[in-house]
Design a protein around this ligand. Structure first.
Ligand code: ADP
Ligand code: MG
Length: 387
């Protein structure tokens, strides 16, 4: 979709900003370019919409050599979001958002309707914010308008240069998450530049780690964190990369343990006897459909005797996560609820529990799988938990 072929850029003063760059962003993929200031990220990005021309090499967008495409027409296919947002101060939010559709000749009513739709999509009520001026918005809201504007003409490609850099960390994380769920719907081909490895890892399907004008590693976040290709990358991703990896490794059904379970309507004493036979001190409580209801202690069941059912004694499950969540979320649930395990659900259906030992295994296995380029389930591993 976006393809760099041996692209170099030397500025007129002799600065070599980008050196022999080749990589490709697939359709619908979000690739983050990450590296320290001055390593050539912005130069790379601005060559895609021809705000900067390469010194040598070729760039293709949708299979077309962009040096042969009229830059103005090219830019209509490419949404552009920058840190300073660049909203027109004397135009309303709605008119700012409608800028590109208006430019490409949409009728005013259609352009405004589209703008309202986009504002809604980025979480700004058009009735409330559409008539405001940029100065009347918070930094985070302005950034949302910037994203809405870039998407307004529905371009297949989106370039984002430090899009969330100007807002505080809390708002930044919210904007990142909002954009990720937006991207899950709109599926644009996105090139996102950041100097922040956390952002790169959180946002990217793949990340390109830049050294001076070159890509040191181009791979999935898990692979970059698990197996930095060079000392430079290892240093750049940080010594806590193992911890960061928790946020990019997702819980899969094969990571789970099957704990003892009891049914809602089961008689308490019957369940107690059965659980004691299995040496189980507690059980996960499910309803007749296999949905997660809560948990119950074997002792509590034994005390209730014939009087009660499992449902009477079941307690709410505090620590649970959906399957597919990052391991970090499971870990954080464990810490928050001081729990030795978390329940994992698919919708409301109970799948199993994740224990600290299983969490460790999952982390180990995902590193090894990346190292060997094979599917995770085919990897043998040793775990300290088994020792
Ligand atoms: P980044 O976005 O990673 O911070 P840039 O692409 O902006 O990096 O810059 C890469 C290098 O090119 C830097 O050394 C920068 O000083 C230099 N540079 C950027 N723009 C120009 C320019 N117009 N003229 C000369 N050098 C430039
Ligand atoms: Mg830059």
């Amino acid at each position: 979709m976006i393809r760099f072929e041996q692209v170099s850029k030397v500025y007129p003063d002799g600065t070599s900003a980008v050196d022999d760059l080749s990589f490709e962003v697939a359709e619908g993929e979000l690739v983050t370019l990450v590296g320290p200031s001055g390593c050539g990220k912005t130069t790379t990005m601005m060559m895609v919409n021809r705000l900067i021309e390469p010194t040598s090499g070729r760039i293709l967008v949708q299979g077309e050599d962009i040096s042969r495409v009229d830059p103005v027409k090219l830019r209509r296919r490419i949404g552009y979001v920058i840190q300073q947002v660049g909203l027109f101060p004397h135009r309303t939010v709605l008119d700012n958002t409608a800028t590109v559709p208006a430019l490409v000749g949409w009728k005013k009513a259609k352009a405004r309707a589209r703008a309202a739709e986009l504002l809604d999509l980025v979480g700004l009520d058009p009735a409330k914010y559409g008539g405001r001026y940029p100065a009347q918005l918070s930094g985070g809201q302005r950034q949302r308008v910037g994203v809405a504007r870039a998407l307004a003409a529905d371009p297949p490609v989106l370039l984002m240069d430090e899009p969330f850099g100007a807002v505080d960390p809390v708002v930044r994380e919210r904007l990142q998450n909002e954009f990720l769920s937006l991207q899950a719907t709109v599926r644009k081909t996105v090139l996102l530049v950041t100097h922040d490895i956390e952002e790169a890892v959180r946002m990217g399907d793949r990340i390109a780690v830049y050294g001076q004008g070159r890509i040191e590693q181009f791979d999935t976040p898990a692979a970059v964190l698990g197996m930095p290709a060079t000392d430079y990358v290892a240093q750049f991703v940080g010594s806590d990369r193992g911890l960061k990896r928790l946020s990019v490794t997702r819980i899969e059904p094969l990571d789970l343990e099957e704990p003892p379970t009891a049914r809602l309507g089961e008689r308490a004493d019957v369940a107690a006897a059965r659980l004691r036979g299995d040496d189980a001190r507690w059980a996960v409580v499910l309803n007749e459909h296999g949905d997660l209801h809560g948990w119950v202690a074997t002792d509590a069941l034994a005390i209730a005797g014939e009087q009660g059912t499992v449902g009477d004694l079941a307690r709410r499950m505090e620590a649970w996560v959906p399957v597919g969540s990052p391991l970090k979320q499971a870990f954080s649930e464990m810490l928050q609820h001081d729990a030795g395990w978390v329940a994992v659900v698919d919708g409301s259906r109970f799948l199993g529990v994740l224990t600290p030992a299983k969490l460790h295994e999952a982390l180990r296995r995902s590193v090894d799988a990346d190292a060997q380029g094979v599917a995770r389930e085919d990897v043998e591993f040793d775990s300290v938990a088994d020792a």
